[in-house]
Ligand binder design. Structure first.
Ligand code: HEC
Length: 122
């Protein structure tokens, strides 16, 4: 009697482990898919790298810097008035227009791309 219980319990444990591993596999596979997850990774970086401390993303009102909603939907960037291009956003990250701290050397090229793909989604 005891032995069967033990056997059942260990089968249960094995099933839980297998289900967990399968779940992780699915999660990892979905993380490798571009687009949607690129935007999500960009959003996480936007928070981690401190952008969110100074910028709203759901409106254009100024926090410390201008709100970034619909950033690429307009012709010009909100502070500098430069054309709203990825190039000019990269320029802002390296050599900010006025008071924003420079992100030169603080973001990898990939991180910049992810943040820009997030900004595109706003
Ligand atoms: C300490 C506050 C602060 C942080 C942190 C910050 N910004 Fe800014 N940001 C500003 C200010 C202030 C401006 C207005 C222009 C300036 O001062 O250079 C600005 C302007 C901008 C602009 C508009 C540029 C233009 O040409 O009009 C963009 C886009 C931008 N920031 C993106 C970011 C991103 C992305 C991050 C994070 C990687 C970030 N900012 C982090 C304060 C900040």
């Amino acid at each position: 009697m005891r032995k069967t219980n033990l056997k059942r319990a260990s089968i249960g444990v094995v099933i839980v482990i297998l289900a967990g591993a399968a779940g992780l596999g699915v999660l990892r596979a979905s993380m490798n898919q571009p687009d949607e997850t690129q935007t999500e990774r960009g959003a996480a970086l936007f928070a981690d790298k401190g952008c969110a401390n100074c910028h709203y993303t759901d409106k254009t009102e100024t926090k410390t810097g201008p709100g970034l909603k619909n950033l690429f939907g307009k012709d010009t960037l909100p502070a500098s008035g430069r054309p709203a291009t990825e190039e000019n956003v990269r320029l802002q990250l390296h050599e900010p227009y006025a008071h924003m701290p420079s992100y030169s050397g603080r973001l990898t090229g990939e991180e910049e791309e992810l943040i820009i793909s997030y900004l595109r989604s706003l």
